[in-house]
Design a protein around this ligand. Structure first.
Ligand SMILES: CC(C)(COP(=O)(O)OP(=O)(O)OC[C@H]1O[C@@H](n2cnc3c(N)ncnc32)[C@H](O)[C@@H]1OP(=O)(O)O)[C@@H](O)C(=O)NCCC(=O)NCCS
Length: 267
């Protein structure tokens, strides 16, 4: 097979995944992931049932392959309020309760949604051409266009350095390490949870952030108190002067009273 990086620059086009992609989509998943996906998952992807997807094809490919998938991303919309939903199978979005914990989730806004990236992959010979970045970009754009959507999130196995590098580059925030999240061939592996906030979504404050806010609030409070005290200090001597003057006045002769009073009123 000709390496598209060595050959001329391939012309990559992006489009939704459709029923005719079923076979190649299954092959790519089997080739790229250590997890087996159920056929129901592929059916849902190609028929856009509860799943949104984008495929990448090399339009400059010869031999009728110009419409064959060389990359893909699949994602699902989840309701942030479905905090009791448990994963039914490997391709289900994990318990959104974790995610609600990671968002400043307002339960009164019960229509808040999240987009969970289920799978992302690029054929080996097409890697490092920015294809996965473009696919993620599509997901970000799509999520931002949903007014109720607050974040895009995903899991990545802890040893997948190319993917971790990619998500960091795309401004995803690594918010948690989940111990033993994946079970592959009887062995547990940790995963990282990455989140990209959209439409004003944000994470709740971490203890450190909370402490920073409290300290800066107290600092502001103290400096405004100090400013008020300073103001009062300026007034105090004048007030004291008045008092003193008043005291003095009582001891002063009637003759001086008028002049002292004038001075007193001016204070
Ligand atoms: C992860 C994957 C989708 C990236 O696809 P891609 O099209 O090559 O991604 P991009 O070209 O957009 O970006 C790749 C970035 O990773 C970097 N990268 C590649 N290999 C790397 C490695 N071993 N360690 C660190 N970074 C690496 C590239 O340099 C590039 O970053 P740069 O733009 O700063 O140079 C692809 O490697 C893949 O399909 N892997 C197998 C399936 C998989 O792991 N999917 C993700 C599951 S969470």
């Amino acid at each position: 097979m000709i390496d598209p990086k060595v050959a001329c620059h391939p012309t990559i086009c992006y489009r939704p995944i459709r029923p005719s992609d079923l076979l190649i989509l299954e092959q790519l998943h089997a080739e790229l992931f250590p997890i087996r996906y159920e056929s129901e998952f592929f059916q849902n992807v190609v028929n856009s049932r509860d799943i949104v997807s984008w495929g990448a094809v090399d339009c400059s490919r010869p031999d009728g392959q110009s419409d064959e998938l060389i990359g893909f991303v699949t994602a699902r919309i989840v309701m942030a309020r479905e905090s009791e939903v448990c994963p039914r199978s490997s391709w289900d979005a994990p318990n959104p309760k974790w995610i609600a914990d990671l968002l400043s989730y307002d339960s009164s806004k019960s229509d808040q949604t999240l987009v969970y990236i289920l799978t992302l992959g690029v054929l080996e010979s097409y890697r490092n051409l920015g294809i996965a970045s473009s696919l993620i970009h599509e997901v970000m754009k799509y999520s931002s266009s949903i007014p109720t959507c607050r974040a895009v999130y995903l899991h990545v196995i802890s040893y997948n350095n190319p993917a971790i590098h990619l998500y960091k580059k795309m401004s995803f925030k690594c918010v948690r390490r989940l111990h033993g999240f994946y079970l592959i061939s009887g062995q547990h592996y940790d995963s990282y949870l990455f989140v990209y906030y959209v439409n004003g979504g944000r994470s709740p404050c971490s203890p450190v952030e909370l402490l920073t806010i409290v300290v800066s609030y107290m600092r502001r409070g103290l400096s405004s108190l100090a400013a008020r005290l300073r103001k009062n200090e300026e007034k105090v001597p004048r007030w004291l002067k008045c008092k003193e003057t008043r005291c003095l006045l009582t001891t002063q002769s009637r003759r001086n009273l008028k002049t002292e009073r004038n001075g007193f009123e001016c204070v």
